[in-house]
Design a protein around this ligand. Structure first.
Ligand code: SF4
Ligand code: SF4
Length: 138
């Protein structure tokens, strides 16, 4: 996989460095073609800021006028991550269904690519796929 460097594009409301991680492809797929990022339901959001503070990829920023989180850099989100939704005390953060990501994994042959990376690391040279390919390609 190509080693793409993410440029620094500024700082967030807490003064933390922000990078544009959307330039880094996901398993060779343009990140901006993947619609995986959080959406905030403001009708239930308590505006505690936990999502904004804890996401290390700086997907969120803080609206200092309104005192609420905003999804400022959606394509910085790690495909398949939903940590902020799990942490949110109000269940105010939504993602697409996990099947959306599983479909991408199949469509782009990602299991095979992963095996190609991990197999050379394994000393014992026997088939160790354990049927994973068939699970993802029924
Ligand atoms: S963690 Fe949840 S409740 Fe807190 S600011 Fe974020 S979305 Fe709102
Ligand atoms: S899912 Fe993970 S990477 Fe994406 S916004 Fe939430 S905490 Fe950040």
């Amino acid at each position: 996989m190509a080693d793409v460097k993410a440029p620094v594009i500024g700082r967030d409301a807490l003064g933390r460095e922000v990078k544009d991680l959307s330039v880094i492809p996901w398993w060779g797929v343009d990140r901006k073609e993947i619609e995986w990022y959080p959406k905030i339901n403001y009708s239930v959001c308590a505006r505690c800021g936990l999502c904004f503070i804890t996401c290390g990829r700086r997907v969120f920023d803080w609206d200092t006028e309104e005192g609420k989180p905003v999804v400022a850099r959606p394509y910085n989100c790690m495909v398949g991550c939903n940590t902020c939704a799990i942490l949110c005390p109000c269940n105010a953060i939504e993602f697409p269904p996990k099947e959306y990501v599983k479909k991408l994994v199949i469509e782009h042959g990602i299991i095979r690519k992963a095996f190609e990376i991990t197999k050379p690391l394994t000393k014992k040279k026997e088939e160790s796929t354990n049927g994973a390919e068939s699970v993802f390609n029924p």
